[in-house]
Design a binder for this molecule. Structure first.
Ligand code: ZN
Length: 288
C-alpha cells in the first residue's frame, strides 16, 4: 500500500501530521534507517513530535542525535522499567534488566537524570508511570521513580507523559495527588474510562496509538468519541504497536497516517481537518 507522505496526496492543502510519541533510539537499535526517513518525512507533511526518553542516561546522546531536527522535541525520564527486573515475572525483552535493582541504585540514577534534565532542559518529563503487566521491580520502587518525577515536573513547570499498563487505579491516584500543575499526556491510552475522566479533569491530553486500529478494541474505539476535540493527540509509540495494515513490521512515524485515517473514520471527520486539530492541540501542549 502507498504511504502517502507526498504533498500531492494531500490535495490542495497540505497538513502537518504530528506524532506525539516515538522512540528514535529504539528504532535505531532495530537497525531502522531512521534519519533517512526523518529527512524524507520532513520534506513532506510530517510536523514532528516528541522523541521520548526511557532511561536515566539516554538524554545526552539523544540531544546529539536529534540536533538536526528542531521539529522533534525531547522528553527525558526514568520509565517504570528502571525499577529493575521483576522477581515474579522475569525480564522484559525490551529492557536489559535481568537483575534486581536496589533502592540505593535507583536513587543514584534519579540523581543522574535530574542533572541531565537541568543541563539539557528537555521539553517534557516522560515517559513516566507504572507498569504492573511486566511488574518491574516492586510496586514501591516503581512508585518512588514515578512520583519523584511527578514532583519535579510540578516544580519545574513541565508537562508529563504518562505510561500506564495494568496500573489504572494507582496512576489515577498519583495524578489526583500530584498533578502536575501543567498536566500532561496519557500516552498510548488503553481504554480505561476512569483514567480518561480523571486525566481530562486534571487538564491532560489523551493520546491514542496504533492499537486504535485493532478492530477488537471496541471500548477504546468508542471512547475516542468522548475525548473533547481540543484534548486529543495521536502517536505511533514507534517502534511498538504498529497500526493495521502494517502489523508485524516495526513501527515508525511514517505509519502514523494509518492511525489518523482510523481516528478520522471513527470520529466521522475529514483526515485533514483532524490533522489540523491535532497540530493545534500539540502546539497548545508545547506552549503550556
Ligand atoms: Zn513509549
Amino acid at each position: 500500500m502507498a504511504l502517502p507522505w507526498s504533498r500531492s496526496f494531500w490535495a490542495e492543502e497540505p497538513m502537518k501530521f504530528i506524532d506525539s510519541h516515538f522512540h528514535t533510539q529504539s528504532m535505531l537499535q532495530r537497525g531502522m534507517d531512521v534519519f533517512s526517513m526523518y529527512d524524507r518525512l520532513f520534506e513532506n507533511d510530517f510536523g514532528g513530535g516528541i522523541d521520548i526518553g526511557c532511561v536515566h542516561d539516554d538524554l545526552p546522546e539523544r540531544v546529539r542525535l536529534l540536533k538536526p531536527y528542531p521539529q522533534i522535541l525531547l522528553s527525558a525520564a526514568m520509565g517504570p522499567w528502571e525499577a529493575g527486573a521483576s522477581e515474579a515475572k522475569g525480564a522484559d525483552p525490551d529492557f536489559e534488566y535481568s537483575e534486581i535493582k536496589s533502592t540505593e541504585q535507583i536513587l543514584k540514577e534519579l540523581a543522574e537524570l535530574k542533572r541531565n534534565i537541568e543541563t539539557y532542559r528537555p521539553a517534557f518529563i516522560g515517559e513516566i508511570g507504572l507498569d504492573y503487566y511486566w511488574d518491574y521491580g516492586t510496586h514501591e520502587k516503581q512508585k518512588l521513580i514515578f512520583e519523584t518525577q511527578m514532583k519535579w515536573a510540578d516544580e519545574k513547570g513541565l508537562c508529563v507523559l504518562i505510561h500506564d499498563r495494568d496500573a489504572d487505579e494507582d496512576v489515577i491516584d498519583a495524578i489526583k495527588r500530584l498533578g502536575p500543575s501543567k498536566g500532561g499526556v496519557i500516552h498510548c491510552f488503553d481504554g480505561c474510562r476512569n483514567l480518561m475522566e480523571t486525566a481530562l479533569e486534571m487538564g491532560y491530553y489523551i493520546s491514542f496509538a496504533g492499537n486504535l486500529t485493532y478492530k477488537r478494541n471496541t471500548e477504546l474505539r468508542s471512547l475516542i468519541r468522548e475525548v473533547p476535540s481540543d484534548r486529543l493527540l495521536l502517536e505511533t509509540d514507534s517502534p511498538y504497536l504498529t497500526p493495521v495494515p502494517l502489523r508485524g513490521k516495526p513501527n515508525c512515524p511514517e505509519y502514523i497516517i494509518n492511525t489518523y485515517n482510523c481516528a478520522a473514520e471513527l470520529l466521522g471527520t475529514d483526515v485533514n481537518e483532524l490533522a489540523e486539530t491535532i497540530a493545534e492541540n500539540f502546539s497548545s501542549l508545547c506552549s503550556r
